[in-house]
Design a protein around this ligand. Structure first.
Ligand SMILES: [Zn+2]
Length: 122
């Protein structure tokens, strides 16, 4: 009784799992690049402007890590919905989310109409 084409969910799951491991790796890289977690800078007499650069680099890194962690949370939600057999069903109205939307946005939990309605609310 599944509304989605054969193999569609399997393909989405593969994509989500590969995105998740890519994002997880990226978070690891970002943490290594973050000057605030770089132990080499302990005795560094950096000029104030360099410190400021490091601080804004740190803020950017933190923001990026936060974004990636959020994406991973969305992926986990989608994966658990696949496991429960409710993937592709709008959490708001219970109708099927169309496959074009799922292809473009595999972590979508709202159908096009509900997503649009949500954005239009004050
Ligand atoms: Zn809906």
């Amino acid at each position: 009784m599944h509304h989605l084409p054969d193999g569609f969910v399997a393909g989405i799951r593969t994509q989500l799992e590969s995105d998740k491991s890519r994002f997880t790796l990226r978070i690891g890289e970002l943490k290594l690049q973050d000057p605030f977690t770089n132990t080499d800078r302990v005795n560094d007499n950096a000029a104030l402007d360099l410190e400021a650069d490091e601080e804004s680099a740190h803020d950017r890194t933190t923001a990026l890590i936060g974004e990636l962690k959020y994406k991973i949370t969305e992926i986990d939600t989608a994966l658990s919905r696949i496991a429960q057999g409710i993937y592709g069903i709008c959490v708001s109205c219970g109708k099927a989310i169309d496959t074009d939307r799922l292809r473009a946005m595999p972590t979508a939990v709202l159908c096009r109409q509900c997503a649009a309605g949500k954005e239009n609310k004050p």
